[in-house]
Write a protein that binds this ligand. Structure first.
Ligand SMILES: C[S@@+](CC[C@H](N)C(=O)[O-])C[C@H]1O[C@@H](n2cnc3c(N)ncnc32)[C@H](O)[C@@H]1O
Length: 118
C-alpha cells in the first residue's frame, strides 16, 4: 500500500473541529510572530487602507483571516472562497462585511467577481 498517491481532488487534512482549531491556531501564531499585522507591509504601501476596499481570500479555510480583517477594517468588504464550506463559521456569526462562498479556485469565477478586487 502506498501512502503517497497524489489525489488532486482530495484534501490531506481533516475538516473537523480539530482541523479548524489547527488552522485558527496557525493564524494567530503567525499573526503574533509578525507583530500582529494582518497585511504585509508591501500591501500597505500599495493601497490606502483608509478607503473602502474589496478583498478576496482564496482557499479561506475557516475564514479566520477575513473575520480578522473585517474587525480591523470595518469599512472593507472581504469575500472568502473555498472548495468546501465545511469549516465556515455559523452564518449568524459572520459580520456584514464578510461574504463566504464555496468555489473551486481552479474553475473560472463567475463574471460578477471579475475586476472587483484590489
Ligand atoms: C491549509 S488550508 C488554509 C486555510 C486558510 N487560508 C488559512 O490560512 O487558515 C487550505 C485550504 O485550501 C482549500 N482548497 C484546497 N483546494 C482548493 C481549491 N481548488 N479551491 C478552493 N479552495 C481550495 C482547502 O479546502 C483548505 O480550506
Amino acid at each position: 500500500m502506498s501512502l503517497n498517491v497524489y489525489n488532486p481532488s482530495g484534501y490531506i487534512f481533516n475538516r473537523n473541529l480539530q482541523g479548524s482549531i489547527r488552522l485558527n491556531y496557525q493564524h494567530f501564531l503567525m499573526t503574533q510572530l509578525t507583530g500582529n499585522e494582518l497585511l504585509h507591509k508591501s500591501t500597505k504601501e500599495l493601497v490606502d487602507v483608509s478607503t473602502p476596499l474589496r478583498v478576496a481570500d482564496i482557499a479561506t479555510g475557516t475564514a479566520i483571516w477575513p473575520l480578522s480583517l473585517a474587525r480591523a477594517y470595518p469599512h472593507w468588504q472581504i469575500d472568502g472562497f473555498d472548495i468546501s464550506n465545511a469549516q465556515y463559521p455559523f452564518a449568524a456569526s459572520i459580520p456584514a462585511n464578510v461574504s463566504l462562498y464555496e468555489h473551486n479556485t481552479f474553475q473560472p469565477f463567475p463574471v460578477e467577481y471579475h475586476g472587483k478586487y484590489e
